[in-house]
Every structure is written in C-alpha cells, then in structure tokens.
Design a protein around this ligand. Structure first.
Ligand code: 5GP
Length: 196
C-alpha cells in the first residue's frame, strides 16, 4: 500500500452515493507534506516527459498543482469556472458537468496562458466520470498544445472516467485507484498497482 492509500484508510470518510470525503487532508484542510510526496511521485512517474506547464481546475486542484509544480519547476494555469455567457474571444471554453454538485459550468482559460508551444501535465484531485478531465483535454487541444500526461490523486476505478481516458491513449497516472467502498462499514478497496 502506498503513502496515499494509507492516508485514505486513516482519514478518508466514505459517504453515501459513492463519495469519498478527504477534506481533512486533500481538498479543504491541506497536508502540504503529503502534497510534496505526491509531487515527488508524479515527477518519478512522468520521468523523461517534456513538460513546461501544469494545468488544473479550480478550486481543489490548485493547491495540489502548485506543490506538484515545484517538482517540475514549471508554472501552473488553472481553468476558471464561469457561469457567464459573456465570454470574449480571448478564452478557451469547455462545458463541464460536476459530479459532486450535479450542475454544469463553463471552464475557461485565457488564450494568453496556453499556446501551441505548451507541453502540459494535467493535474486534478479526483477522477470519477471524467467530465472535468475531458473539459481540460479539450481546452489543451483547442490551444494546439500537447497533453504529455495526466496526474490524478484519487481515481474512482468503478466509474468510467479512467477507462475512457486511457482508451483515448493518454498517459494517465493515478496515485490511488479506489475499486470500491462501503459507506456502512467505511471500508475502501484499492486496485493493485504493482510496485508503483
Ligand atoms: P468527474 O468529472 O471525473 O466525474 O469528477 C471529477 C470531479 O468531481 C473532481 O474534480 C472532484 O471535485 C469531484 N469528485 C468526484 N468524485 C468525488 C468524490 O468521491 N469525492 C470528492 N471529494 N470529490 C469528488
């Protein structure tokens, strides 16, 4: 079991509706030493990739992406969520449906901060159905930039996002893949990832 899986078992809380709450260390209160370990691990898993920018999505991706970025020594761009339809032509836009909030948002990135010269590592906290990721991927594609890899902290392996993204040929690395959870017992089961 890796450092993150151990932490999930210790501090994660399983909620009804297949929701894993990790707000004591990941997406509300943030354990920066843990984030640093994640950065080190992503650096190892994406060794040799030519990455010059990290892209994430507000809000919970930002803190993680910033600490990961220290290990790659590159800037972070975060996609902003916006309900406004009054978007000028200077933005890349994608529509994303939120798994947790069940609503739709436009996510936007300024054309100034993503160009065809960029080689991007996408970072996000959770991968469930893959909507958030597909939005970020479409923004990178619209910019003519290259997705070098995708780093996820917790993938919910029993939802379809991971399979869809891997089938599209992307190099996706998830630090923990949850295969199942039971809110009545609080148990969480992980997918074996070899010696990763
Ligand atoms: P997707 O777009 O892949 O369906 O969902 C990804 C987004 O939904 C993540 O950015 C995350 O904010 C949220 N999310 C999905 N499942 C969970 C969960 O079990 N727990 C928490 N805390 N967030 C989740």
């Amino acid at each position: 079991m890796n450092f993150l899986e151990k932490r999930i078992l210790k501090d994660g809380v399983v909620k009804e509706g297949n929701v894993l709450k990790v707000d004591s260390f990941l997406n509300h209160q943030m354990d920066i030493n843990l984030f640093d370990e994640m950065g080190k691990e992503f650096k190892k898993r994406f060794e040799g990739k030519n990455i010059n920018k990290i892209l994430t999505i507000e809000a919970s991706g930002i803190g993680i992406a910033c600490v990961v970025a220290r290990h790659f020594n590159v800037p972070v761009v975060f996609a902003k969520k916006s309900k406004s339809i009054n978007l000028d032509g200077e933005m890349y836009v994608a529509e994303v449906e939120s798994f947790t909030h069940k609503n739709k948002n436009n996510v936007i990135v300024s054309k100034k901060f993503l160009t065809s010269d960029d080689h991007v590592l996408i970072i996000d906290d959770f991968l469930a159905n893959g909507c958030a990721l597909q939005g970020l991927i479409s923004i990178v594609n619209d910019a003519g930039a290259t997705v070098e890899g995708i780093g996820i902290i917790i993938e919910k392996g029993f939802q379809s996002g991971g399979r869809i993204i891997r089938n599209l040929g992307y190099h996706l690395e998830s630090l923990a893949i949850v295969e199942g959870m039971d809110h009545t017992t609080g148990e969480v089961y992980f997918r074996e990832q070899g010696d990763k």
